[in-house]
Design a protein around this ligand. Sequence first.
Ligand SMILES: [Zn+2]
Length: 323
Amino acid sequence: MTLTIGSLRAERGQKTRGSLPADLGTTTVEVPLILVNGSRPGPRVVITSGVHGGEFIGVDATTRLAGALEPDEVAGQVVICPVANPPAVYGGRLNISPLDGVNINRVFPGDKDGGPTDRMAAWLFEHLIDGADAYVDLHSGGIDQHLLDFVGYRLTSDAELDAKNKAMAHAVGYERVIYGTSAADGNSHAAANRQGVPAILVETGQLGDRAPATVRRLLDALYRLLHHLGVIEASQHVKPPTVPPREWIWTGEVESPVAGLWYPDAVTGDEVTEGQGIGRVIDPVDGAEHKVAAVSTGTIIYSMNGLSVRPGTHLAAIAAPHH
Ligand SMILES: [Zn+2]
């Protein structure tokens, strides 16, 4: 079957590279795409990275994967988008777009009549995510964030979809598989789920890391996932995970109540209990101190390393092993 996205086409057995324009209202951006149309039938798998800026590992890994995957070793169709949100990736290296200050991973499936970031999300959703048989979105801790590698998935009201999400999440082979109890929000994988598309989030690396060893860790994970989905055969590319995956559940997110300077007392990897002080936000004008407490018990999976924070900045996200 021919693989067609916009004006890009890949016939069966063909790899096509190109870019497509996305009209964001105030500007138009070019979205890079690599279409690998396998020589045998199989699922359509869509992989995005660069949904946020400043998260380099996924961008590097998808670029390498796009170069390495050949149609004659692929069953099905692999659609790779290494830079899904060009304004954020090239313009600011932040999780918000320099065009409008919006975090795209809070607004999926987007709005094609909305602001630039809403339109970007809508473009990605319409052209890539909707209609996929499996979708994986690659992230990292931001340039100012500590993060432990993890895979995220959501529970939905559809048991069959839940089983597919969970199986994909485990196939990645990371130790922490963290589920959320609802798919109601604007994350890309949650919005995909609401459209019936099995989808996961894979978080790899932190603090602007671009180290080859970290990229390798993600590439190994992607090969395991593609093997699980039936896209590639077991080969020297597919290495077993080094630790067995374990189920965790999100228990809480701590946001800064005010603008100021963040002095953490607990950091990523620490175990905290509900109500425990995990840091202070200091007002640089008068030294006034806002104490910040853990909203739940568990392990800090990612946390803010940056000094300056504003109201709503995520200071810590907490998850606990599922028993
Ligand atoms: Zn991200």
